[in-house]
Design a binder for this molecule. Structure first.
Ligand SMILES: Nc1nc(=O)c2c([nH]1)NC[C@@H]1CN(c3ccc(C(=O)N[C@@H](CCC(=O)O)C(=O)O)cc3)CN21
Ligand SMILES: O=c1ccn([C@H]2C[C@H](O)[C@@H](COP(=O)(O)O)O2)c(=O)[nH]1
Length: 310
């Protein structure tokens, strides 16, 4: 018998609250949402526990590939599409259709992104989103004539974080920040999972993710897994154990056209305790590969598809 509730009950109960009590909002996408402001969930990462949803299948490798892509600093969707990861295609595709007037299909657009480097360079970039800010936050330096120029190398927050976690574990400044106010207008979307704070106590590494805006039906499953994965990767590289992921949401919402997903998911009961194993720990946080990750004990219920609001 289970005395303590399954970790996923937090998710289902938040989903239920939003669906029954959330305020209807007219949102940027025009789809409409029900939303609550301010939510917290806590997930243990001890003993390889990983907060994967079990009431629907989550394609965790897609989320892991996205996380590895963030860490490369790349902001072009080409390497994602090459790996068959299509979760970011909608935004460049919408821009292409808007600016050229060409009614290209998603498949044809993705094929051109993969096959034509020039096309990808022109149309596949999302602007200075997560990757750019994480490992190359722009710096400006004064020149002799009183002007400023952009320094060749920006700030690598991820490397600095690894250094501070290793050398100054008691710090209260272990942060990765995506919200570069000066560059928001150049981004396809301003960062949602915008602030990660880490904490070391007794050689155990924990993470708080603050997510300003959360698509609870679609994005959350990825965001929670990714944050847990990043915490595990950092812990391994720094020689710590992983403790907890604390997820905090600002505007947490369900899109009104996700009704079938919500009804179906709320009728299901979570079960099982999936594990994430890191099969190898490279010397550098930047050298993880997709084959280093193994999920076991994951027998989710069937996938539930839902449209993404662009
Ligand atoms: N409305 C919205 N929701 C999001 O979650 C979201 C955005 N926009 N814009 C930026 C990124 C892109 N993200 C996405 C986009 C699509 C899926 C998605 O369609 N997921 C499906 C299929 C996953 C797959 O093909 O592997 C799913 O069922 O999880 C997930 C996250 C997360 N973000
Ligand atoms: O990692 C992500 C990225 C995006 N989302 C969702 C949250 C919102 O539904 C949209 C972003 O729209 P804004 O108008 O910029 O808030 O994408 C997510 O849940 N997770």
């Amino acid at each position: 018998m289970h005395i303590t509730a399954h970790y996923e009950e937090q998710y289902l109960s938040l989903m239920r609250s939003i669906w029954t009590e959330g305020a209807v909002q007219r949102d940027r996408t025009g789809v409409g949402t029900k939303a609550l402001f301010g939510a917290t969930m806590r997930f243990s990462l001890a003993d390889d526990a990983i907060p994967l949803l079990t009431t629907k299948r989550v394609y965790w490798k897609t989320a892991a590939r996205e996380m590895l892509w963030f860490l490369t600093g790349d902001t072009n969707i080409q390497p994602l599409v090459q790996q068959n990861v299509k979760i970011w295609t909608d935004w460049p595709l919408a821009r292409y259709r808007r600016e050229t007037g060409e009614d290209i299909t998603q498949d044809a657009f993705e094929q051109r992104i993969v096959e034509d480097d020039g096309f990808a360079a022109q149309w596949g970039d999302l602007g200075p989103v997560y990757g750019a800010q994480w490992v190359n936050w722009p710096r400006y330096e004064a020149t002799d004539n009183g002007l400023f120029r952009r320094a060749e190398k920006g700030i690598d927050q991820v490397s600095l974080l690894v250094e501070s976690l290793k050398n100054n574990p008691g710090s209260r400044r272990h942060i990765i920040e995506g919200w570069n106010v000066a560059e928001l207008d150049q981004m396809a979307l301003p960062p949602c999972h915008k602030t990660y704070q880490f904490h070391v106590a007794d050689n155990i590494l924990s993470c708080i993710l603050f997510q300003r805006s959360c698509d609870l039906g679609l994005g959350f499953a990825f965001n929670a897994f990714s944050a847990a994965l990043l915490t595990r990767m950092l812990a391994a590289v720094c020689g710590y154990k992983a403790g907890e992921l604390i997820w905090q949401g600002g505007d947490v919402h369900l899109y009104l056209n996700h009704a079938p997903l919500v009804e179906e998911q709320l009728s299901r009961t979570p079960s099982g305790n999936p594990k994430l194993k890191l099969l190898r720990t490279p010397d550098s946080i930047f050298d993880f590969r997709i084959d280093d990750f193994e999920v076991s004990d994951y027998q989710p219920q069937s996938h539930i598809s839902a449209p993404v609001a662009v």
